[in-house]
Design a protein. Sequence first.
Length: 141
Amino acid sequence: MAAQPSDCIFCKIIQRQIPASIIFEDHCAVAILDVNPLASGHLLVIPKVHVNQLVDLSDSVAADVGRLLPKLGRTLLKVTGAAGFNVLQNNGEVAGQVVNHVHFHLIPRREGDSLGYRWQAGLYEDDQMRDTCESFKQALI
Ligand code: AMP
Ligand code: ZN
C-alpha cells in the first residue's frame, strides 16, 4: 500500500488511530457512519488506499470498492427503513470535497426530508452537444 499522509483523518480511522463507527471492513475498504450525518445512517465507504480522488483509483480497487456499494445500499435500506438513498462522491474542493481521501457517501432518503436533490439543469446550444460528444469519443480512443 502506498505511503499514507500522517494528517489524513480517514487513514487514521482505517489504522484505528482515531475512533469511528466502523460498520463494515474488508481487504479494500471500510464503511463508517458519517460523524455529521445528513440523515441517520449516512455512510461513508472509504477505500483503504490513500488517494485523493476517484480518478486516482486503480481499476482493480475501483472494481472491488464498486462491488460493495449494492450490498451496503441494501443494508442501509434495511437498517434505516429509508425509502431510498443517494450515492454522492465529491472530487475537488470546487465539488465540495473536504477530506482529501476518496470516499463515497450513501445518504438515506425519506419522504418529506429537507435534503433536496435537484440541481438547476441547463441546455446545450446549437452543435455544442454533438461537439462535446465527439470530444469525449476522441479522448477515450
Ligand atoms: P466530503 O465533503 O465529501 O469530503 O465529505 C467528508 C465527510 O467526512 C463529511 O460528511 C464529514 O462529516 C465526514 N467526516 C469527517 N471526519 C469524520 C470522522 N472523523 N468520522 C466520520 N466522518 C467524518
Ligand atoms: Zn488517507
